[in-house]
Design a protein around this ligand. Structure first.
Ligand code: SAH
Length: 231
């Protein structure tokens, strides 16, 4: 990749065109994996969100064109901003409506949280690395996204605002944390990668039934950074 060949930051029309291309690529990828994910066609609200959120603002220092590729990218502190297709798919699998409240675990750059803001009513996001939490909070506010960013260990969720209609975890753990299931309302969805820290992981979608019962669907093979924390 030749960073020197990148052009200066383009105007609003070129930016919109880059996001429209990204959304078109995501639609094609969703169709290609549709048999596995169960979602060959993504909802309009999810695609509109991809077309609306300026991903380049979430990866400062990277060239504009690179920011609009359908790839995970480094955001410092050993962390990454997820691949846009995976962001779109996780949002789709959460089945959010405009009145829903959602918790994200792993704010990172704030990009997924901004996408959630477009499709849900209330967005809380928890980040364990203080510098990332502060930077994402400031970035989201500057862009006009009303996302509540909390600096905490997201394995415990954010009980103060529970129950949630959906919880998205954007880092992998060996199993779905019980505390998160407990913070879902009945019928609520949790979408998260489960598997080895640096090995194979499956993107799971679990629905909470009565009590603590959950019904799980395995939606895709994925690679996420591990969910951090002791014990
Ligand atoms: N959703 C992010 C990408 C997440 S990368 C985005 O759109 O940019 C995973 C993030 O989870 C990292 O920022 C990492 O610091 C954070 N993280 C890891 N373990 C965590 C934990 N226990 N609680 C909260 N955040 C955690």
């Amino acid at each position: 990749m030749n960073f020197l060949a990148s052009t200066p930051r383009p105007g609003p029309e070129q930016a919109a065109a880059a996001r429209a291309r990204l959304a078109t690529g995501i639609e094609a990828e969703a169709m290609a994996c549709g048999a596995r994910t169960g979602r060959p066609v993504l909802g309009r609200a999810v695609l509109d969100a991809i077309r609306a959120v300026p991903r380049h603002a979430f990866v400062p220092g990277l060239p504009f064109e690179v920011a609009h590729e359908d790839e995970a990218l480094p955001i410092g502190h050993g962390q990454t901003i997820s691949q846009p297709f995976v962001v779109a798919l996780m949002t789709e699998l959460a089945d959010l409506g405009p009145a829903d409240s959602v918790l994200e675990v792993g704010t990172g750059s704030g990009y997924q949280a901004a996408i959630l803001w477009h499709v849900a009513g209330l967005v809380h996001s928890v980040e364990i690395v203080p510098e990332l939490a502060r930077a994402a909070r400031a970035r989201l506010a500057a862009l006009g996204y009303d996302v509540r960013v909390h600096e905490a260990d997201g394995r415990l969720g954010h009980p103060q605002a529970a129950p949630y209609d959906a919880i998205l975890v954007t880092a992998a753990a060996p199993a779905i944390p019980r505390a998160l299931v407990a913070q879902l309302r009945e019928g609520g969805r949790i979408v998260m990668p489960v598997g080895e820290a640096h090995g194979p992981q499956a993107l799971l979608r679990a629905t909470r039934g009565p009590g603590d019962r959950i019904a799980i669907r395995d939606c895709l093979d994925v690679r996420f950074v591990p969910l951090l924390g002791d014990g």
